[in-house]
Design a protein around this ligand. Sequence first.
Ligand code: HAM
Length: 443
Amino acid sequence: VSATQPLQAPKGTRDFYPEEMRLQNYLFDAWRKACLDFGFEEYEGPTFEHLELFTEKSGREIVTQLYNFKDKGDRDLALRPEMTPTLARMVNQKGNSLKLPLRWFSVPRLFRYEKAQRGRLREFFQLNMDILGCEGVAAEVELLSAIIEMLKGLGLKGSDFAVHISSRKLLSDFLDSEGIAADKKPTVYAALDKRAKLGESEFRVLLQKEGLEIKSIDAIETFFQCKDLASVLTAISDNGTNASNDSNGLVASNGSNGYQELAKLFQFMTDIGYGDFIKLDLSVVRGLAYYTGIVFEVYDREKSLRAIAGGGRYDNLLANLGGHSMTGVGFGMGDVVLYEFLKDKNLLPSGRTGLDYYLLDVAPGEDKMPNVNLIQLAQGLRAKGKRVGYSLSGEKFKKQIGQANDQGAKRVLFFGSDKAAAGSFEIKDMTTGEQKILVTEEL
Ligand code: HAM
């Protein structure tokens, strides 16, 4: 770093100048509103945790992305790459004293050592909504409804985005019925996760290398192509017929439990009018290791961006972290991709909220200080909840007008105008240009 060059922010981080901060507040307000409308309560945890909280349960990918370090007491710590382990730890710590089900949300600042690219940074924010202690798909229905409503609240339509839904349970049941060993499943999941990128032939080669038989690969390929529940049912029924001697046959178990959960979720979502916002997508597997049931990701319809949000059900995370057995389901929605999406769709607000009044000093004094009566007037207006500004250094009238415009003043007040008698003020509405005299109470 040369002494003459100003330092830059580290790669993958962002500075939030007031202009960016305004957009962040806009987004966070929309997130919070949806969470509160759905009866969720906010929580927060530390930005760094014991390293093992993440290395134990989050899965391989996220561990390679950790910002970890030793502190001065030789403890192994990591900046949080996600919130779910912290949530699990916090709930575990309270044990039985919490009233279930919990509906909690948080907007943590997260850190991942990723290759910085469109939609991916090393420091970002992520809305988390989680429901703990609810077994039924009503929890998934509630979370997906919240996602849909919050995106609608930001001006997005069903033609702009969709929630892609799958189930690890269904996949796992299917792989069982194909006789695929448990230790091969993570590779199959990873391959499925990348299926769209790989293309069919590479996908096949990958699975063959893992020792899967052609017959199984064919079955996985057919299964993966299913675009609706009816074809899933056919695929798993065929499978059950083929494997009729197999005690794992999906049909023998009256359809997989995973299938039934999915079917129930789709039915509910359709019944409450959200059918157009969801679609079955068996390629959604999710990178994190702890999911056990329904999983989902939100994408723009063109799929030109990375996932806007992702989540699912995790049955064992809390127990695996040393707590009671408790099921949870939740999602994370990052701010980075959402900004890109809203920008592409021209849905970001422009301009600042602005002042209600800018107090123009018509005859500023020589001492470069605002008039004390003008400050008192500002005090009174602020006490009434108005946003008020004025020149701090008694600048020339023209400069004050410039400031009023820069600060987005809705109205200016001509302090000391000879058009207004004592106890009244000359006001100009900056949008309509209308001018009038108001007495103090009317202000
Ligand atoms: P995730 O899929 O790792 O899930 O992240 C969820 C969302 O966070 C992504 O869809 C994306 O919008 C955003 N995101 C992730 N990494 C980055 C990054 N490097 N830069 C910008 N945005 C990013 C989780 O984190 C789970 N813990 C979510 C969850 C909550 N599951 C259950 N409860």
